[in-house]
Structure formats: structure tokens, C-alpha cells
Write a protein that binds this ligand. Structure first.
Ligand code: PGA
Length: 247
């Protein structure tokens, strides 16, 4: 794990965006696709804003990019302002030239009978494109990555899962009331994430300080799913003045 400390979340986000843009452009020059795993939440907003800026001002094109989002709440329509579908269009997809057919966000409105095959197909689509070249990741205050909550299965692949109480509590301000926060989600699994060829792990702010230190410097344990990032051979942590880890 490569740990990079920045003076602010904003500067860390600019650097991550710059490197993603370079990887996309390099793939373009070779006429190759670039498969990007995407995260939602407050953490990657500046990164997406910078990618949008580079598209609008510097001609960065996303024509060769295929995206797979990490997760989606169950039971929210695409038009729901808290759905991750809504988030992705608001912060990224509506502002760039990615072909719509290249965008994949888990569908949280499936009939129960369809979930299993849908999740297998999500995995199939990832492998058909040669795997995820770069996965962007945040961390939940309980150490989750995607919606892989503490004590999940390390071997898990894309599936429907229950949200933990602490994750639902964290989401309550956005939804207004705890009872409005979904109880389930479709998420890429631990294996899906750890199979990415490269991972950019972003974690910012005072509230994340302790969990980041636990995940990145303490023993690997499924009680803190993000600690498994320590096992990945190409993972860069972009940290800010609060989450920074001194070597
Ligand atoms: P946040 O969420 O970026 O809004 O802090 C991160 C996560 O729960 O993975």
C-alpha cells in the first residue's frame, strides 16, 4: 500500500483526478478501453468535479471509458435524490462524453427472483471487459468498502446485502429520518474490489481519522473490511491533513 498525505482533501482529489485522466488518455492512445470502478458519497465529489473540469476545459474524453459503480441502495428509484444513480449523473455522467451504454450502476429495484442472476451478470460484464483497471474507493466510518460491512465474507462477489446499523445511522441526515434509510443494497463484493488491477483509496476529514489508521496500519481483520486493502499489490491511499499517516 502506497500512502500519500496531502495538505487538503481538495489537493488530494486534484492529484487523483490528474492521474486518472492520464491513465484514460494513455489507454486512448493505444485504442484501448479503460475500465473504471466508481464510488459515491461525499469523498469523491471533488475528484469528479475535477474530471468534469478537465473534460470541459482540457478536452479530456471519456469515449473509451467503461464504468462500474460499487453499489446502490435497494428500493430507491433512479429519480430519488439519494440514489447513487442520481448522484452519479449529478456529479459526473451528465457533464462528460461517456457513452451511456458504457455506464453500469447496480439496479436497486430488482424483483427478488432476479437478484442472483443480475449480480452474476454484473461480475460477468466486469470480466468480459478484462477486469477493473482502476477502482476508486472511500471508507465508511465503520470500515466498510462499498457496502461490504464489518464481518462480511472476504470471498464475496456482487450481491444483495444488509446495511449495518451504523451505516444507516450515518446516512440518516441525508434521508431525514432513520426509517427512510434503505435497509439493503446491491454491492460489489470484497473479491470484486480486491480483484481490481489498481485501487485509489480516498479518505478525508477528522471523522475518518481513527478508522483510516485502524484500516491501514493495524492487523488485517474482516471486522474492518478496508483493512484488506493492505493485501492489494497496487493500492494508493490519498489522505488529507486529518487522515494522514506518518511513516
Ligand atoms: P462518504 O462515504 O464519502 O460520504 O464519507 C464513504 C463510504 O461510506 O464509503
Amino acid at each position: 500500500m502506497l500512502i500519500e498525505n496531502y495538505k487538503s482533501a481538495y489537493l488530494a482529489s486534484l492529484e487523483a483526478a490528474e492521474r486518472i485522466a492520464t491513465q484514460i488518455s494513455n489507454a486512448q492512445e493505444k485504442n484501448e478501453n479503460f475500465v473504471l470502478g466508481l464510488a459515491t458519497g461525499s469523498t469523491p465529489i471533488n475528484l469528479y468535479q475535477e474530471l468534469v473540469r478537465m473534460h470541459k476545459r482540457e478536452g479530456l474524453s471519456f469515449q473509451n471509458v467503461h464504468t462500474f459503480n460499487l453499489d446502490e441502495y435497494c428500493g430507491l428509484r433512479k429519480t430519488h435524490m439519494e440514489s447513487y444513480y442520481y448522484f452519479m449523473y449529478e456529479h459526473l455522467f451528465s457533464h462528460i462524453d461517456i457513452p451511456t451504454k458504457n455506464i453500469r450502476i447496480p439496479n436497486g429495484m430488482l424483483q427478488e427472483n432476479d437478484v442472483h442472476n443480475y449480480c452474476l451478470d454484473y461480475e460477468f460484464q466486469i470480466s468480459e471487459l478484462g477486469g477493473i483497471d482502476l477502482q476508486i474507493l472511500g471508507i465508511g466510518s465503520n470500515g466498510h468498502i462499498g457496502f461490504n460491512e464489518p464481518n462480511c465474507d472476504v470471498e464475496s462477489i456482487t450481491r444483495k446485502t444488509e446495511l449495518s446499523q451504523s451505516t444507516r445511522n450515518d446516512a440518516t441526515p441525508s434521508f431525514g429520518r432513520l426509517s427512510c434509510v434503505p435497509t439493503q443494497a446491491i454491492t460489489m463484493g470484497m473479491q470484486t474490489i480486491l480483484n481490481a488491477k489498481e485501487i485509489y483509496f480516498l479518505a478525508f476529514g477528522e471523522a475518518k481519522k481513527d478508522i483510516v489508521e485502524t484500516a491501514l496500519t493495524k492487523e488485517i481483520s474482516i471486522e474492518v473490511p478496508a483493512s484488506f486493502l493492505q493485501t492489494h499489490n497496487k493500492c494508493t491511499a490519498f489522505l488529507d491533513q486529518y487522515t494522514c499517516i506518518k511513516n
